[in-house]
Write a protein that binds this ligand. Structure first.
Ligand code: FE2
Length: 232
């Protein structure tokens, strides 16, 4: 075989096999990027431990059981949520709940840290100001949205493919990925996220959350819009 033909064969084989090898049928936990007590006194160790060990791990193990049962595989948990219309109807709701539970919490862990960027800068801050006028107005709007979620759900900062920002609320474990949006930062307002410490005072939990928010991941995601990383 001539060198050029051999090269063509190798490239062809890689292109043909790549989608198969990049699909995963069993997902792994993303590690919590800090200790359970790292967000105290704003979010207690008990809450973080319960949230990660029980709720997050529960969503992942149910998702993996579903994938095993149906031989459904995906490039990523996020990719599953982007193509819900291709998921068999018999398991679609369970995928929404459990893949959503995994992806939403994976971003939530990154949306907080003990010593993070409490306010974005650069391009992202400019985009926030373009949309809401001032940082304070954005914060008020996000807080109002979080306090207004009825029942269990989430509040998000998302971008569209052009980088236009929006504040989005979702119920249960629904993900903005399924609406074609790019999630950048989120806040979990399910009772399991605060009840042990704040009981029914969701407003106090939301106010405390602003003390541990971290915009680092959100900024990185925002910078990658339009690049291959966000297109998957
Ligand atoms: Fe949660």
């Amino acid at each position: 075989m001539k060198r050029l033909q051999l090269l063509g064969f190798i490239v062809g084989a890689v292109v043909w096999t790549a989608p198969i090898f990049s699909r995963v049928c069993e997902f792994k936990l993303s590690p919590l990027p800090y200790e359970y007590d790292a967000l105290e006194p704003y979010i207690s160790k008990d809450i973080m431990q319960l949230h990660y060990e029980s709720h997050y791990k529960g969503y992942l193990s149910k998702l993996n059981a579903l994938l095993k049962e149906t031989s459904e595989c995906a490039v990523s948990v996020e990719e599953l949520l982007k193509r819900l219309d291709t998921i068999p109807g018999s398991i679609r709701t369970a995928v929404v709940n459990n893949a959503g539970g995994v992806a939403n919490h994976t971003l939530f862990w990154k949306s907080m840290s003990p010593t993070g960027k409490r306010k974005p800068g650069g391009k992202m801050l400019r985009a926030l100001k373009d949309k809401w006028g001032t940082w304070e107005k954005f914060k008020d709007e996000f807080t109002r949205a979080a306090k207004g979620v009825f029942g269990s759900g989430w509040v998000w900062v998302c971008a569209d493919a052009q980088g236009m920002l929006s504040i989005v609320t979702t119920t249960n474990q629904d993900s903005p990925l399924s609406q074609g949006l790019i999630p950048l930062l989120n806040l979990d307002v399910w009772e399991h996220a605060y009840y042990l410490q704040y009981f029914s005072k969701r407003d106090a939990y939301i106010d405390a959350w602003w003390q541990v928010v971290d915009w680092t991941a959100a900024q990185n995601l925002y910078s990658s819009i339009g690049t291959k990383q966000t297109l998957e």
